[in-house]
Design a protein around this ligand. Structure first.
Ligand code: FES
Length: 71
């Protein structure tokens, strides 16, 4: 799905960059996300945040923890 219409950047591209450790500023510099009209910024930031390597670990920890230890 295209998230940034102005620069034709998809959710997959944003997710891939985040998973590779790119900061949101890097995403803006490399792909132009949220640098024109800005309407995509909230969505792009949400996808980027959800795909951070640290977020994947949180999900992994929650998935493997016993039920009583999950928050
Ligand atoms: S939709 Fe991303 S800058 Fe306009």
């Amino acid at each position: 799905m295209i998230v940034c219409v102005c620069h034709r950047v998809s959710d997959k591209t944003i997710a891939r960059c985040a998973q590779q450790g790119a900061g949101f500023d890097d995403l803006q510099l490399e792909h132009g996300v949220a640098t024109q009209c800005g309407k995509c910024e909230n969505s792009a930031r949400q996808i980027w945040a959800e795909c951070q390597p640290s977020q994947r670990m949180v999900h992994l920890i929650q998935a493997t923890a016993p039920d009583h230890a999950r928050g």
